[in-house]
Design a binder for this molecule. Structure first.
Ligand code: ADP
Ligand code: MG
Length: 260
């Protein structure tokens, strides 16, 4: 579904992405790991259109989409989750979800909400869809809560829910499990698996928790210094010498976490 060919993203002298080539297969939940500073987030940002690559290409379903804008890619079903923006924290969970289609297409909040009658019917449809998402994610008890009042994990579920408001083909998740407690992490993991299995979403996720990755991801790709170091099952990658070396090289505190 995604093919990245010899991608470079340089910031001045920093080669954040330095010749990365990889593929994300349709229907997979592909894990992306690597020590801090490996270039993972930058790679996501280039793929999702936030940066124009210094060189190299990104293909989506065979189409060269290198350098296309986030909203163009969004229209093609390529989504990247974001933390709930500040201005959305004073809206309820349901309203946050109902905002997504308009907000992501570049419309302002005001345009999205105050279009008059024609929008009424649309609003009803959006409300139904949002309620469906809320049920799917099992967050009905906070549907009318302000997003700003959610726990860290519930916010992550809401971020995931936002991808369900539009027709996503592939969703990029950057450390969706960071700082989330075990119970909610499992809920998030279940939601990802169900979206993958029941709705055919392809995922690519940056994660540090190796248990979480092992449960969800196949294959796992490890990056270091802007390049792909290894690819395989979670077990294969974890025991790969070059991978172990890369983590050791940046200090033990960066090694993949396992929750004993
Ligand atoms: N906008 C930017 N300007 C300059 N340097 C950047 C920028 N974004 C990332 N970098 C640098 O690129 C490298 C890779 O960063 P990043 O992609 O965030 O790695 P990771 O997500 O794997 O931890 C780091 O050295 C980081 O400091
Ligand atoms: Mg990062």
């Amino acid at each position: 579904m995604i093919r990245v060919e010899d991608l470079h993203m340089h910031f001045g002298g920093i080669r954040a992405v330095d010749g990365t080539s990889l593929e994300i297969k349709k229907g997979s939940i592909t894990g992306l790991i690597g020590p801090n500073g490996a270039g993972k987030t930058t790679l996501f940002n280039v793929i999702a259109g936030h940066y124009v690559p210094s060189s190299g290409k990104v293909f989506l379903d065979g189409e060269d989409v290198s350098g296309q804008k986030p909203h163009e890619l969004f229209g093609k079903g390529l989504l990247r989750t974001f933390q709930i923006a500040h201005e959305f924290s004073t809206l309820t969970v349901r309203d946050n979800l109902m905002m997504v289609p308009a907000a992501q297409s570049g419309e302002t909040l005001w345009n999205a909400w105050f279009h008059g009658k024609k929008v009424k019917a649309e609003e009803e449809k959006l409300r139904e869809k949002a309620n469906e998402v809320i049920e799917f994610l099992e967050i009905t008890h906070v549907a009318d809560e302000l997003a700003g009042n959610l726990s860290g994990g519930q916010k992550k579920l809401l971020e995931l829910g936002r991808t369900m408001m539009v027709d996503a083909k592939i969703v990029f998740l950057d450390e969706v499990g960071a700082g989330v407690n075990r119970t909610l992490l499992n809920t998030i993991g279940d939601a990802i698996l169900r979206l993958n299995q029941e709705r055919g979403y392809t995922f690519c996720m940056i994660e540090h928790d190796m248990d979480f990755i092992g449960r969800l991801c196949d294959p796992v790709i490890c990056m270091a210094e802007g390049k792909v170091l290894a690819e395989g099952t979670a077990e294969e990658v974890k025991s790969n010498d070059a991978v172990i070396e890369a983590y050791l090289g940046t200090g033990l505190k960066n090694k993949p976490e396992t929750s004993a």
